[in-house]
Each structure stands twice: as C-alpha cells, then as structure tokens.
Design a protein around this ligand. Structure first.
Ligand SMILES: NC(=O)C1=CN([C@@H]2O[C@H](COP(=O)(O)OP(=O)(O)OC[C@H]3O[C@@H](n4cnc5c(N)ncnc54)[C@H](OP(=O)(O)O)[C@@H]3O)[C@@H](O)[C@H]2O)C=CC1
Ligand SMILES: N[C@@H](CC=O)C(=O)O
Ligand code: NA
Length: 432
C-alpha cells in the first residue's frame, strides 16, 4: 500500500504527543499497517511559536486549506479543540474524502451524530477514542469488547483535572487554586478550565459514553451537571470521617428502556475501586446484563496517554483502508431516547445542615424524612462555635431523587434550619 499522509490540526499538548508517537513507534506502526506513515502538514495558530517537539519549519501552517483540501492528505487528525470553526473544518475534510481522528469531546458531544452520518455517507472513518477518558480504550471497550451485551450502568471518573484537584486537596491538604494551576501547567486542563471544574467536560464525555453504551442519542442537555467548585474543606473532612472519598462521578444508568445521566461530586466508600483512582487517572465501571462488572482504568489526560488513543485510531483507519471498509464502523443508535424522571432515579444522599440547637430539632427532622419514607444510614450532630447552633450530618438509605428534593425544599422552609450547607449523592454502596 502507498505511504499514508497525515494532516494534523493542532500541535499543543496532544498534538505534540501524536508527533512523538508517530516518529518513535514508526517500526511498530509500519508492521501493523504495512506502509509508512508521515505527517505532511500541521495547522497551528502561531507558526513562530516555540514547540514542544521538533518539526520542520515548512510543515507548520496557519492556513487550514493546506490540509483540508490537500489531495495528498489521507487522514486528518484533529487535536486543536473548539467547536464551530472545527466542525466546519471537519465537514470540509470529510467532503474531500479524508478520514478523521479527533480527541474533541466538545465537538462530538454536540455534533457527533451529524459528523458520523456525513462520514458514513462519504465512506470515511471518524474515530474519537481520545475524546473520553484519554488513553483508556473505553469507547472500543463498549463498541467492540461489549457489543454483545446490554449495558445497564456506567459510572466513572472521566475528568483528569478535577480528579487531580480533589486528590491533592484531600490527600495533601492543598488549596484549590494552587492545584488547578498545576493541572493547567501539566496540560490536563482544557484551554478554559471552567469546563473541567464546572463538570461540563465530564458531562460531554458521559453524553458520548451513554450514547454508545445505551445505543440512544443522548445530548449534552440530557445530562444533569454539577462541578466541584462548591466543595468545601468541611465536606472533605466529613466525607473522610464517615469513611468516604469525594470524587467527581459520572453516572449513567438504564432501567428497562429509560435512562438517566448525570455528573456530580459524590461520596464513594473508601474501599470502592473508584475511590483509589487518584490524580489525573480516570476509571469507568461498566455493568452489563451478561458480563456483570468490568472496570476500565488508566490515564485520562496528558500528552502521550491521550496521543496513544489518537494514534491507535489512526492505525484502525489505515487498516480499514487496506480492507476497503472505511465508513462502515459507525452504528446508528438503535433506541429512541427515553429519560427517567426524578421518581425513577435512586441514590443514597449525604446532607449537611446547620440548625438551631434546641429540644426537638432532631425529632422534627427525623419525622420529615420518615414522612417521605426515607431512613438514615448514618447521622452525626455536633455543636458549632456559633451561638445556639449545631451541625447535623447525615447519610440516607436509598431514596428516590424526587423524595430527596422534596425533603431539601421542606428543610429550607423550616425556621429551625439555619442553612442546608451541602448535599451530595453517595454512590457505590448498595445499588447498581
Ligand atoms: N490535554 C489533554 O490531556 C486532553 C485533551 N483532549 C482534547 O484534545 C484537544 C487538544 O487539546 P490540547 O492539546 O490540550 O490543546 P492545546 O491548547 O495544548 O493545543 C491546541 C493546538 O491547536 C492549535 N489551535 C487551536 N485553535 C486553533 C485555530 N483556531 N486555528 C489553528 N490552530 C489552532 C494551537 O495552536 P498554537 O500552538 O499556535 O496556539 C495548539 O497547537 C482538545 O479538543 C481537548 O479537549 C482530549 C483528551 C485529553
Ligand atoms: N481536561 C480534560 C482532558 C481530557 O479529556 C481532563 O482533565 O480530563
Ligand atoms: Na479513551
């Protein structure tokens, strides 16, 4: 087969890793695909900037047409990020019959179905393994490894930056801003890190995962999102005291034909496998009706780990070129989207509140929970420095989200409750 030419869009953290792997693993790559692979052109914003990897000066361009309409280029690797402009580039590349590999979850969560359909119509491949959980082959795990099973739940840590921040805050007592800065310097964070800390990056990944896992078109708006910015030191302290670890967790679960997908900080029992996933590492638990429990673990962000997924996708594209089967891998979702309502979503909940320290407070709170059929698993009451106030921290037994929301609303209305300080889901204890 003729030598394969690559056009690279972006030469930042991930792009530099792609260049390094294509260069340093050339022997292995050639052995797998039966031809040589070379990068022809690289699109960047600033061609004069110093680069993390050595590339010939003439290879860099700031003109996208040098790649998108370049007849020599077979595969376009998109590692520049962004949504609308990038979407336009990929549409043009596909119309010019170029295969696409992308690491862009922002784009795939919003425009994945449209781009995949266009690619199929043009007999082009479009692979995006790096877009979810960096170097972990989770999309292939779902689409190939577990294709025979019906997935009932996926639960995971899918954002490296927030996991890095929570690990350093809870294990080393470091301050949030200081750790976020380090995550940015290490290349884990997005160009705008509010997408990481606000939970949006994880939500995009959960939309992609649940679309594939449940074979349903799950969009970003279908994912309930809460980030890590409101987590206080007290919450981290109490979660430890109660035997939990705080993690930003994506949960996607199916009961019958109905699903729910969310991202939120949640408490996990310390012995749970996801609780020991630290720093920028990610892990996704997948439950299938037939296979039972599986767990995919590895680096969720960073240059070489992410580039591994990108270059492996490129290898699949080239193997498909040899076989003449490009554009035949994507399978359109099988089921119409059906989302659960709050009465169908079950979890345990952690609640921390400040109350007036007077006779009967605890009894009134206990009655309120009992009226909604919700019992307590754990409860602590401690005096506060503030006059005549105390802090109550409790963990419920499994309850519906609807019952939990009604209870919180009523607690907020009680005079004796000064403030509901925080609430979290507790995951991984007794429900799948
Ligand atoms: N970093 C990570 O760990 C991971 C990142 N991803 C995804 O991979 C993609 C790339 O991320 P990352 O490498 O970290 O990003 P960087 O910001 O490090 O790099 C982006 C690169 O794209 C170029 N670029 C950006 N916008 C344009 C534009 N409009 N026109 C031309 N060139 C442009 C930049 O050029 P210049 O250098 O001149 O500024 C830069 O080389 C994103 O979609 C990200 O979400 C996915 C998994 C993990
Ligand atoms: N910013 C992302 C990068 C990988 O997707 C993360 O921190 O996980
Ligand atoms: Na991946």
């Amino acid at each position: 087969m003729k030598a394969i030419s690559i056009g690279l869009l972006g030469l930042g953290t991930v792009g530099s890793g792609v260049v390094q792997i294509i260069e340093s693993h050339q022997d292995k790559l050639m052995h797998q695909v039966g031809c040589s692979i070379s990068i022809k052109k690289i699109l960047v914003k600033d061609t004069t900037k110093e680069r993390l990897v050595a590339v010939e000066k003439g290879m860099l361009t700031d003109n996208p047409e040098d790649i998108l309409s370049n007849p020599e280029i077979d595969v376009v690797i998109e590692v520049m990020g962004g949504i609308e402009e990038t979407r336009g580039y990929l549409i043009e590349a596909i119309k010019n019959k170029k295969h696409i590999v992308t690491a862009n979850k922002d784009l795939m969560a919003l425009h994945g179905p449209e781009l995949l359909e266009l690619a199929t119509d043009n007999e082009c491949d479009l692979f995006y393994e790096a877009s979810v959980a960096g170097g972990i082959p989770i999309l292939r795990g779902l689409v190939d490894g577990l294709s025979s099973d019906r997935i009932t739940k996926m639960m995971g840590i899918v954002n490296g930056t927030t996991n890095f921040i929570l690990t350093k805050m809870s294990k080393e007592g470091r301050a949030y801003d200081n750790v976020l800065k380090e995550a940015q310097e290490l290349g884990f964070a997005e160009a705008d890190p509010t997408a990481d800390v606000g939970g949006l990056d994880a939500a995009r990944k959960m939309a992609i995962l649940s679309t594939l896992g449940f074979s349903m078109n799950i969009g970003l708006n279908d994912v309930e999102v809460q980030g890590i910015t409101e987590i206080s030191e007290e919450d981290l302290r109490y979660s430890k005291k109660l035997g939990y670890t705080m993690k930003l967790i994506g949960v996607a679960s199916r009961a019958g034909d109905r699903v729910d997908v969310s991202v939120q900080p949640a408490l996990l029992p310390e012995a749970h496998p996801l609780a020991s996933v630290n720093n920028e590492y990610n892990a996704v638990y997948v439950y299938g009706e037939a296979v039972g429990e599986t767990m995919f673990y590895g680096p969720g962000a960073g240059s070489l780990p992410t580039a591994t997924a990108v270059v492996s996708d490129m290898v699949t594209v080239i193997k498909n070129m040899r076989l003449g089967v490009n554009g035949r891998s994507a399978v359109a979702p099988q089921y119409p989207k059906q989302l659960k309502d709050a009465t169908e979503i079950f979890a345990k909940f952690f609640i921390r509140l400040h109350v007036q320290d007077e006779v009967g407070v605890l009894a009134k709170i206990t009655n309120l929970f009992a009226e909604h059929g919700v019992g307590f698993d754990k409860i602590l009451q401690l005096p506060l420095d503030e006059k005549e106030s105390s802090e109550i921290v409790l963990v419920t037994h499994t309850a519906t989200k609807a019952a939990f929301e009604q209870i919180i609303q009523k607690l907020n209305d009680y005079n004796m409750v000064r403030e509901v300080k925080s609430t979290y889901r507790v995951e991984g204890e007794d429900i799948k």
